[in-house]
Design a protein around this ligand. Sequence first.
Ligand code: CP3
Length: 349
Amino acid sequence: MISENETNSRFLQACRRQPVDATPIWLMRQAGRYMSEYRDLRKTYGILELIKTPELACEVTMQPIKAFDLDAAIIFADILPPLEGMGLELEFVKGEGPLIHNPVRTAADVEALRTPLPEDNLWFTLEAIKLVRQELDGRDIPLIGFSGAPFTLASYAIEGGSSRNWRRAKEMMMGDPALWHRLMVKLSQVVGRYLLAQAQAGAQVLQIFDSWVGALSPADYRDFVLPYSRHAIEIASQTGVPVIHFGTNTNGMLELIREAGGDVIGVDWRIDLDVAWRQLGEEVAIQGNLDPVALFSPWPQLKQRAQRILELAGGRPGHIFNLGHGILPETPVDNVRRLVDFVHEYSSQ
Ligand code: CP3
């Protein structure tokens, strides 16, 4: 029985800005289509089937851990299943991505949203977390639990899928603030409780993905989003587990992202790591920030780009190497292996 959420890993040390023997590295979306092991399983199972069968979710979580010398595992799940428990019908359409059949558009739609306990509608991910912890027992590889942030979930719930300009989501936010706030109250409660439940199930780090938040102006972020991200992060932080707060396109609002909370702030490649760190201040750790497309370059070019990021981090405690956004399908697996090994070798010299 594993009751402790602690390990002595360099990953957790970096989250706490303690010195490490080498810079820890993991890759967002590290389990997925660039791996043949994953594509093989997907021939038999749909993505939601993989997520909702704890043994399969555990197996997929472990695939990149077995293939590469990564410093953390991330539970195989998705940011969207929590919306199902709220009453939305979710489907992953082949070649197109997620689709919500009954998007939230009216006041009645918002009122109808339920806020069930994660133990009731997301039990499969909590169970998968327990299985992965057993598999990782005795190894210094912590397990990351995660959730979408309230804004990113709201944008999927309202748009009904991915969007180019988030017109409908912003229309509700700008045109009917009271309704928007009622929606965000529900989402922040669902997100906070879900993160907390994952830590209680054994996740040793939590990441909140606000992937689409860069669509907003800083003022709109502050007024319509920040309080809800903060609320969810506060609930999650009750466990004492470090929280990684990730967003993309956040260059104009890094101080606000930081104000919303998190022990580690995730940044994308659109800002130099040292500039981002200066803006964030030394009291937080930083995660990032290689352009995922760099992994398609020949090794000498990729290595140069990885080295530059390590140089900008300058060996300061509190850097977790990662991509600036999720790893892309068709990424050459050899480059992933070389990158992981290079980050360790270069930073331990
Ligand atoms: O990192 C990991 O290995 C954990 C697994 C994970 C998935 N989704 C599995 C997945 C994580 C952390 C996510 C997060 C996620 N999901 C985000 C936030 C991160 C980001 O990239 O911004 C978002 C926005 C989603 C929503 C989502 N899920 C989309 C838009 C899509 C379709 C397009 C795409 O990127 O594949 C998914 C499907 C999905 N989720 C796949 C995987 C492995 C691919 C599904 C397949 O097998 O076809």
